[in-house]
Design a protein around this ligand. Structure first.
Ligand code: GRF
Length: 229
């Protein structure tokens, strides 16, 4: 039985997806705790109502990043985690913290890394004129939003999308790929080979989701512009 500790900062919908999949698919794992850096993180209520231990380590109570990370690690380690799952945890982590959980900490980032690390990824993708955008589950390394890629999802960018519409389309795929990646870890199927992640036995480490009727829209646009076949 593997112990999972999930870190959140807000809504916690990815945490919910992992909690639900762990229960419904009877993983050989338990969610030992959900920890937030903000007392008002909405996801804490979901966790508590599902009988999961919760804790808050409020970053505003610490003088610097190192002090916060040390306090956070102490709370996390009290739950003896096999894996730390960052699920919308909006903190830049110190190298020491990352090293402590090397090979046993995953993150989900809403872009097709290595494109668009950092914030406002959906707007960045729109501004760059991307025709596909997506999300990435990766092992955490000291470089922000960087590290060996476990699984990626891609969705089309549609004419008329704004950042919120694109984020909503991608979030649906996040709720599929994050539980899947965590399950692979729990089942001992992931191996790190430098920058690459090997999955044994192999299966697709990507998900393409097009539930947008985007092709129909694009064809209609092309025909309106006189380019249609
Ligand atoms: C998700 O888009 C995730 O990829 C990013 O932050 C967002 C968190 O959403 N890291 P939620 O709190 O899981 O609902």
């Amino acid at each position: 039985m593997k112990n999972l500790v999930i870190l959140i900062s807000g809504r916690g919908s990815n945490m919910e997806a992992v909690v639900r999949a762990c229960a419904h698919e009877a993983w050989p794992a338990r969610i030992a705790a959900v920890i937030a850096n903000r007392p008002d993180a909405a996801g804490l209520m979901f966790a508590a109502s599902h009988g999961i231990a919760t804790a808050v380590v409020d970053h505003r109570q610490y003088s610097d990043r190192a002090a916060f990370d040390a306090a956070l690690a102490q709370v996390i380690d009290g739950y003896q985690p096999d894996l730390v799952v960052l699920a919308g945890f909006m903190r830049v982590l110190t190298d020491g913290f990352v090293a402590h959980y090397s090979g046993r900490m995953l993150n989900i980032h809403p872009s097709l890394l290595p494109s668009f690390p950092g914030l406002k990824t959906h707007q960045q993708a729109l501004d760059a004129g991307c025709r596909v955008h997506g999300a990435t589950v990766h092992f955490v390394t000291p470089t922000l939003d960087h590290g060996p890629i476990v699984l990626q999802s891609a969705v089309p960018v549609c004419a008329g999308d704004d950042a919120a519409a694109l984020a909503a389309r991608i979030l649906k795929t996040e709720h599929v790929i994050y539980p899947r990646a965590v399950r692979w870890f729990v089942e001992g199927r992931l191996a790190l080979d430098g920058e690459r992640v090997t999955l044994t036995p192999p299966e697709p480490q990507w998900l393409f989701l097009d539930d947008t009727n985007a092709n129909a829209k694009d064809n209609a646009n092309a025909q309106a512009a006189g380019e249609g076949a």
